[in-house]
Design a protein around this ligand. Structure first.
Ligand code: 5GP
Length: 177
């Protein structure tokens, strides 16, 4: 495991301004909506969801869901497993799934499919980061923060072996597995 300080890829101030832009766009798109449910995908989205949700100008409730496809490694197993479901009923509500990062797309595809079966009024997706060249499945991201290359990133909620989540910026590390 690397103990080096991750090299800055996206600075704290760039994240701050992009999150503000996304919040403004989401507030405009959902204007008049009184039953938006933001569903954060644990653990990686917790800081992004906290910052994004606090800047919205519309009513919203917060739920969390947890899935697993990587375990403690940096290589996706491709098989997504639900570890924790939402607590509230989402039938008839407007669901916005908030992801930290979309890599192969399997996780987001699985989640949108799963939420459809709960019969929400609508489902949209938001991700802070996408690995533009790594997609294996076609999945729409309605609100995207940044496109990056195929490197392992940490910080602003993202980890490597549970480390680095609280870094204020997004940085690159060299995985050892
Ligand atoms: P996907 O199913 O799209 O391949 O993977 C999505 C999940 O993989 C993310 O929610 C995240 O947990 C994890 N992931 C993919 N790439 C990275 C990365 O570069 N850094 C971190 N920390 N997690 C990643």
């Amino acid at each position: 495991m690397s103990n080096d300080t991750p090299e800055v890829l996206i600075s704290e101030s760039d994240i701050r301004s992009r999150v503000a832009e996304l919040a403004a766009q989401i507030s405009r798109d959902y204007e008049g909506c009184d039953n938006l449910v933001m569903v954060g995908v644990l653990k990686g989205s917790f800081i992004f969801l906290a910052d994004l949700s606090r800047q919205l100008k519309i009513p919203r409730t917060i739920e969390f869901i947890a899935v697993s496809s990587y375990g403690s490694s940096s290589v996706s197993s491709g098989a997504v497993r639900l570890v924790m479901d939402v607590r509230g009923n989402i039938e008839g509500k407007h669901v916005l799934i908030v992801e930290d990062i979309v890599d192969t797309g399997h996780t987001l595809k699985y989640l949108t499919g799963m939420f459809k079966s709960h019969r929400p009024a609508s489902i949209k997706t938001c991700s802070l980061v996408r690995k533009a060249d790594s997609a294996e499945v076609d999945v729409k991201i309605d609100y995207l923060g940044f496109d990056i290359g195929d490197e392992w990133v940490v910080g602003y909620g993202l980890d490597y072996g549970e480390l680095h989540r609280t870094l204020p910026y997004i940085g690159i590390i060299e995985p050892t597995d």
